[in-house]
Design a protein around this ligand. Structure first.
Ligand code: AMP
Ligand code: ZN
Length: 116
């Protein structure tokens, strides 16, 4: 995918990010506009547009992404009080960056899942 994709450019080191964890296949970095006291994005380094494409194309990598999210949740001190892990997908899901990313949110009560 490369230069057209913001998160591929973060993986390539072309755009700065506050990286909190990196594995051979995944990267976790702080969201630039945090919606909670802790807001980390977890991505596969390889480009997949969304979580459905990732899960169907490489289920092992999807599992590694979840594993990285779990380790970051632990490192950020979120596991006792809990956290939310969220994949916005497609236009109805409010996805804005089409390189799959899990939002790891926590550090305060997050309220209801959706506002009606
Ligand atoms: P989504 O709406 O699920 O696609 O979420 C995209 C997220 O990426 C938003 O929460 C943005 O604040 C975040 N974001 C956009 N640009 C950057 C960036 N350069 N570094 C870190 N996070 C970003
Ligand atoms: Zn990408």
């Amino acid at each position: 995918m490369g230069t057209d994709c913001l998160f591929c450019r973060i993986v390539a080191g072309e755009i700065p990010a506050t990286i909190v964890r990196e594995t051979a296949t995944t990267l976790a970095f702080r969201d630039i506009d945090p919606k909670a006291p802790t807001h980390v994005l977890v991505i596969p380094k390889e480009h997949y547009a969304d979580v459905a494409t990732l899960a169907q194309g490489d289920p092992g990598l999807a599992g590694e992404l979840l594993g990285t999210a779990a380790v970051v949740a632990e490192e950020e001190g979120l596991t006792v009080d809990g956290f939310r892990l969220m994949f916005n997908t497609g236009p109805y899901g409010g996805q804005e960056v089409f390189h799959v990313h899990a939002h790891l949110l926590g550090g305060a009560p997050l309220g209801p899942m959706l506002c009606r």
